[in-house]
Design a protein around this ligand. Structure first.
Ligand code: APR
Length: 227
């Protein structure tokens, strides 16, 4: 049985990383457009670099939570594919082996000119850090208004899944939120979020609770063949 899991910021909330929309539209004190858009990058590169340097430092200090670990262990019994909107590496650190990052990765950077030049990067990134092509490096993050290169792969994965589990996302950001539409009609869908943006229906079972408790309940249900 194929299980596809779409995760958002709420997945990592209990690891200590703030979600985006739970804090008045500010993201760690910043307007998201200032720090996460090509316009922001062009307007104030230092601010954007500093913002992601802080995020990288924070990520080095946090650890996967029980929900990340439960999803990694879920692989022992099922074919589990994670599609995450998160740029952290907490799914990987918990042990999940199939993780598709829709919005990029905090620990990667690339040349501003050639998108395929992705390299690992855990330290600070500064103005004057160049790729070997001679161009400034930028965070490997999909900013607002940019294309989501992994979207086609994500759609293909959702189209062939038997079960879809959605965890900790406000479903406000497209195209990621549209993935729900691609689940086959017979797919059972679970939604875990303390403030769920969808209602329960014949196809969708909502657990209006935190990932740490909700994920364990969904796994229990699936293991008991109640999917
Ligand atoms: N467990 C599960 N869900 C939680 C928890 C928790 N402990 N705490 C908060 N949440 C939920 C909130 O109720 C909300 O629905 O997590 C969701 C977070 O929503 P957003 O902040 O909008 O994050 P997300 O949906 O991942 O945002 C999508 O927007 O800013 C961009 O590119 C960024 O990937 C991000 C995208």
């Amino acid at each position: 049985m194929r299980i596809t899991i779409l995760t958002g910021a709420g997945m990592s909330a209990e690891s200590g990383i703030k979600t985006f929309r739970d804090s008045n539209g500010l993201w760690e004190g910043h307007d998201v457009m200032e720090v996460a858009s090509p316009q922001g990058w062009n307007a104030n590169r230092e601010l954007v670099l500093d913002f992601y340097n802080q995020r990288r430092k924070q990520l080095l200090e946090v650890t996967p939570n029980v929900a990340h670990i439960a999803l990694a262990e879920f692989e022992k019994d099922f074919d589990v594919q994670i599609i995450t909107q998160n740029v952290d590496d907490l799914h990987e650190r918990a042990g999940s082996s199939k993780v598709l990052h829709l919005h990029g990765e905090l620990f990667k950077v690339r040349s501003t000119e050639i998108p395929s030049t992705i390299i690992d990067w855990k330290k600070d990134l500064n103005s004057g850090d160049f790729y070997k092509d001679g161009y400034q490096l930028r965070p490997h993050i999909v900013w607002f208004g940019e294309e989501v290169p992994e979207m086609d792969t994500a759609i293909k994965l959702v189209r062939k899944t038997n079960v879809l589990i959605i965890i900790g996302t406000s479903m406000q950001v497209y195209p990621a939120a549209s993935l729900l539409q691609f689940a086959p009609l017979e797919t059972n869908i679970y939604f875990v979020d303390p403030k769920p943006s969808v209602n329960s229906s014949e196809r969708i079972t909502v657990f209006a609770e935190k990932a740490s408790s909700g994920v364990l309940k969904v796994i229990e249900k699936i293991k008991a063949n109640e999917y």
